[in-house]
Every structure is written in C-alpha cells, then in structure tokens.
Design a protein around this ligand. Structure first.
Ligand code: SAM
Length: 226
C-alpha cells in the first residue's frame, strides 16, 4: 500500500503544483506509443529540474540520456531565449521521438540532440569547446555514471550543478557485491562509483536525497562545482 499512496500523493502534488501542460503530457504519451520505456522522470521531478536550472540562471545545460525528451523539455523551458540544452542519446529511434516532442513543446530551437554513445559525444563536446555548462543532468546507462561525472567536471565551471538520477534504486545501492549475473549489478556499481567520486573529489560539494513517488523508492544526487 506504501507504493500506491506514494503514487496518489505524487498525482495530488502534480495536480496542485506542477502544471504539466498538454505538450509535455502528449510527449510522454507519444513516447510510450512509439515503444519507448516509461522511465522518464515524473512531472514533479521534471519541474524540480526546471526550477534548479532557473535557480542557477542556467543558459547552457547538458543532459546525458534523452529518451523521448521529457526531462529535456522541462530543462529547455528554464532557459532564456538564447539558451541551449545539449542532450546525448544512444538510440536513434529515441532521438527521433524526442525531436518530435521537442518541436511540439516549442523548444526544438533550443535543444541539440546528439546521437551516439555519450562517451563518444562528450569528448567531441569538449573538443568543440561547447562548455562550460551551467547544469548537467546525468540519466543514461547507469554503469557509466562515474565516467559521466568525470566528463561533467571537464565541461563545467565554478558553480556548475551536477545532478545524477536514480542513485537509490529501491535500496539496491547498498548492495556493493551483487554477482555480475544480477541485472542490477552494473548499475549499482556505476552508481556507487559515481557517489564515491562525488563525495571524495575536492572540486565538488555534494549530497543526495531519497525520494518516493510514482517512480517508487529512488533518489538523486546533486553536487556543485567549487
Ligand atoms: N532523461 C530522460 C527523461 O527523464 O525524460 C530519461 C532517460 S532514460 C532513463 C535513459 C536514456 O539513456 C535512454 O533513452 C537510453 O537509450 C539512453 N542511453 C543508454 N545508454 C546510453 C549511452 N551510452 N549514451 C547515451 N545515451 C544512452
């Protein structure tokens, strides 16, 4: 019953506070209809990303893991007219769906979707001097979370905010020694490595917050570059 009430409370909070508009709701539906997994952030989390981007006055945002562009849309809406989100996506089909959704939401002109493995795109962004980014949202293949935090640092400046999603994983993050065969093993290892780096690197100040809601029991880490 816990999980059911978490979802009900999320719906109540979303209806009362969040104001997800039809473009965002349609985008979510279109992504599911196109066969994409329903693993986008919740409406309340998407709004939180938007508010954080506003709080830091972000003009340039880097996202790793686009899916159908749901979180991308929230982030893009935080930006001024000349702002930009660069978002990295491995699956060309996801990127196509995202581009349609971003156009529907009226933010396509502010978003550049870069298709390919993020570990190939990120060095390219560095070579292009695309940074520094004001906010980085990491939400892709969790086994690479530590690599993504390292790239976020390379593409950041003092004051950049780095957010890592899904760091609690229903409590599985405690299980340091899952056997390789366990489907959670690589994600847990990558997440623990990322959290260890966030905690130990002297260039970063970090915390993490556990969350419950429509997405079950999870949490996000947030760090500021010193
Ligand atoms: N941020 C999205 C949202 O909240 O709307 C959800 C992103 S989903 C959790 C993760 C995405 O990362 C998937 O679309 C997946 O295809 C993509 N992905 C997986 N491995 C990747 C990689 N190596 N490089 C870039 N993207 C990757």
């Amino acid at each position: 019953s816990g999980r059911r009430s978490w979802s009900a409370v999320d719906q109540y909070l979303a209806a009362t506070l969040v104001g997800e508009d039809t473009a965002l709701a349609e985008g979510r539906r279109a992504a599911h209809a196109a066969g994409l997994p329903g693993i986008e952030v919740s409406a309340a989390q998407g709004k939180l990303l938007m508010l954080l981007a506003r709080l830091v006055g972000a003009r340039k945002v880097l996202e790793i893991g686009t899916l159908g562009g749901y979180s991308t849309t929230w982030l893009a809406r935080a930006l001024p007219e000349d702002g930009e989100v660069v978002t990295c996506e491995y699956e060309p089909h996801h990127a196509d769906v995202a581009r349609e959704n971003l156009a529907r939401a009226g933010v396509a002109d502010r978003v550049s979707v870069r298709v390919g493995p993020a570990l190939e795109t990120l060095p390219r962004l560095a070579a292009e001097e695309a940074g520094p980014f004001d906010l980085v949202f990491i939400d892709a293949d969790k086994e690479n979370n530590r690599n993504y935090v390292e790239w976020a640092l390379k593409l950041s400046r003092r004051g950049t905010v780095i957010i890592v999603d899904n760091v609690v994983r229903g409590g599985a993050v405690l299980q340091a020694d899952l056997p390789d065969a366990d489907p959670e093993a690589a994600a847990v290892r990558g997440t623990r490595d990322a959290l260890a780096l966030l905690g130990a690197d002297r260039r970063l100040d970090a915390t993490a917050v556990q969350t419950v809601g429509a997405k079950g029991w999870d949490g996000f880490a947030i760090a500021v570059v010193k």
